[in-house]
Design a protein around this ligand. Sequence first.
Ligand code: AMP
Length: 273
Amino acid sequence: MRVLTRAAQLGGGGVLVPTMGALHEGHLSLIRLARTAAPGPVVVSVFVNPTQFNERADFERYPRDLDRDVALAGSAGADVIFAPQVDEVYPPGIQVPVPALPNVATRPGLEDAGRPGHFAGVCQVVLRLFDLCQPTHAVFGEKDWQQLQVVRALVAAQARDVTIVPHPIVREPDGLAMSSRNVLLNPEARRTALVLRQALIEAARVETPKAGEAIMRQVLDRPGIEIQYAVIRDAETLETWSPARPGRALVCARVGDVRLLDNHAWPERDPGH
Ligand code: AMP
């Protein structure tokens, strides 16, 4: 496996797995899927993108450990780690464009409302990474459901020749969605965090978005939790759900001082989906 910091050293083609590092089993599962998604090298980018953080403190305390990431990515089958410095992605004196944002990045009032500027940074870095790495395929996790829809819409709007491959949410044995931010939870907050998943499962069993949203709020109404949103929406546009369309239940809550996300198919389809 090769660790590269310069895009000029990359050969192009293959499957890109964009990450911000602090790899966990969820990322490794994406890397394993990348191995089977298409021929060509599996390139894992590790880049904590400053332009998608709307809080400086969140950027600064984001966990970083490249040596560990290299070992883990290699064990999961990565061929290349692309770990650029900030000035490789955003060269001084060159304006890396922020593309026109798709509606799903601006209208739903979810991550777009809670993290102003976040999706502008995500779209900017994703297109930049596509330009630098020239993948035929790129793997994104369903954990960041709105992000996945944003990337799909962006690729369609820009007619980019890259296939977006989704990966289901990877969870801890007790059901908590894996996240690089979970290490920031203290033991009590770690226990409390389990209610996000419980809220989604309970909501999946009810018939209307209104009832589902009410149940989620009930389950999440605990000391130590500050709900940011708990909604049921159209799975693709993340706007109001209409019958016969796939739906998605999405929650975001601050547990302690850590902002956690989770989501689930709505209403329940295959058990375990
Ligand atoms: P991040 O490093 O948090 O930017 O995540 C890199 C990629 O891994 C994104 O496509 C995430 O959606 C995905 N990812 C992170 N955690 C999980 C998880 N628990 N399950 C599935 N995908 C995940």
